[in-house]
Design a protein around this ligand. Structure first.
Ligand SMILES: C[S@@+](CC[C@H](N)C(=O)[O-])C[C@H]1O[C@@H](n2cnc3c(N)ncnc32)[C@H](O)[C@@H]1O
Ligand code: SF4
Length: 385
């Protein structure tokens, strides 16, 4: 197979939170005592060094286009520590001049003045986990902040000069009605962020909510909320470009776009996942999940949770799982460039999806119809081996 090297991103996982939220299945751990933040940054750089050695040939001459500090709660790390990591990463890798550098932030963790420090450290995009502006809903979600705390944190980041700001909202919350969901959207829009992520609350296995489910709106009600909020966001100038992502013109999240276009990324930190295309094909690597185990194995082979090369038979499904989330779809030729497979590998599945009215009948484009978006899981399943 011939793989063209796609754009390269860097994902950095920060695994601690003040408190675990009852709906969340991310690799996040409530803090007990004071975590070893500085040692963790050392471990991140050691992890990066080791990955660069292992993937060296595949990374040669490539430039990092985006960095994303995700969590967990990266804003628990001081600006100095975030800066130490970014300086170290810049010494080891070449960064694009306009690289997008995002830091996820829980509004309950940012004291006054912190955003100046993040900006000075090289962060140019802040993503806020707001979830809702209704204080009763925030309590039911186990959040550590109020709606006012969230609004103040967003304004403070804007005042510090961070021009690129995302607000995460969730909808279909316990006993939420359409008016409540629209009110959350209106209050997010009033803060004028450049980007809004609007996620349907899902019950994830092994969470407190899965064990003890709250009363959630049913599927039809959730769909009605999604459609009404999408229209409200469009009216306010936030165009939907992915299942859950809305942006002002020119403000789409470059990091997430690289995932959805099946680009490459190094995954550094506890539980982080990476994907690198090389002569062997599409390689995936993930790191051990528990912070203590990750710290204990800094830079050593034991930090690796697993390595695999995606089987050719699985590539169509993995590619579509990402690309078809994009409302505009992707150029059909990208499929060959990113997977190394010929178009024939998906010809029969494509024909079936076009016949069902799920995909556009356009040989130059892989793109869902509105019906395909509604039944996206079925569309993607059509590409299973
Ligand atoms: C890593 S968190 C963001 C930063 C920070 N940890 C926080 O929560 O404030 C990523 C986002 O995923 C979303 N999320 C987490 N669990 C979810 C679930 N079960 N259903 C839908 N969205 C979820 C939330 O909107 C959350 O802000
Ligand atoms: S703060 Fe964010 S990452 Fe942490 S438990 Fe809550 S939703 Fe998950």
């Amino acid at each position: 197979m011939t793989l063209l090297p796609p754009p390269l991103s860097l994902y950095v996982h920060m695994p601690w939170c003040v408190r675990k939220c009852p709906y969340c299945d991310f690799n996040s751990h409530g803090v007990r005592g004071t975590p070893e933040y500085a040692a963790y940054v050392d471990a991140l750089l050691a992890d990066l060094d080791a990955d660069l050695r292992d993937f060296g040939a595949a990374l040669h001459g490539r430039t990092v286009e985006t960095v994303f500090f995700g969590g967990g709660t990266p804003s628990l790390f001081s600006p100095e520590l975030v800066g130490r990591f970014l300086d170290g990463a810049r010494q080891r890798l070449s960064f694009a001049g306009d690289a997008e550098v995002t830091l996820e932030t829980n509004p309950g963790t940012v004291e006054h003045g912190r955003f100046d420090g993040y900006l000075a450290a090289g962060v140019n995009r802040i993503s806020f986990g707001v979830q809702s502006f209704d204080d009763d809903k925030l309590r039911r979600l186990g959040r550590i902040h109020s709606s006012n705390d969230a609004a103040s944190a967003v304004r403070e980041a804007q005042d510090a000069g961070i021009g690129n700001i995302n607000i995460d909202l969730m909808y279909a919350l316990p006993e939420q009605d359409l008016a409540g969901a629209l009110d959350d959207v209106a209050r997010a829009v009033a803060l004028a962020p450049t980007h809004i992520s609007h996620y349907q609350l899902t019950l994830e296995p092994n969470t407190a909510f899965a064990a003890n489910p709250p009363p959630l709106p049913d599927d039809d009600a959730a769909w009605a909320i999604q459609e009404a909020c999408e229209a409200r966001l469009a009216d306010a100038g936030y165009g939907q470009y992915e299942v859950s992502a809305y942006a002002r013109p020119g403000r789409r999240c470059a990091h997430n776009l690289n995932y959805w276009r099946f680009g490459d990324y190094l995954g550094i930190g506890a539980g982080a996942h990476g994907k690198i295309s090389d002569a062997q094909g599409v390689r995936r690597r993930w790191k051990t999940r528990l912070p203590a185990a990750y710290l204990a194995s800094a830079g050593q082979p034991a930090r690796i949770g697993g390595d695999s090369t995606v089987a050719a038979a699985d590539l169509p499904f993995e590619y579509m799982l990402n690309a078809l989330r994009l409302i505009d779809g992707v150029p059909a030729a990208d499929f060959q460039g990113r997977t190394g497979l010929p178009r024939e590998a998906i010809a029969s599945s494509l024909a079936e999806c076009v016949a069902r009215g799920w995909l556009l009948d356009d040989p130059a484009l892989l793109k869902t119809t509105p019906l395909g978006q509604r039944f996206l899981n079925d569309v993607i399943e059509a590409f299973m081996p």
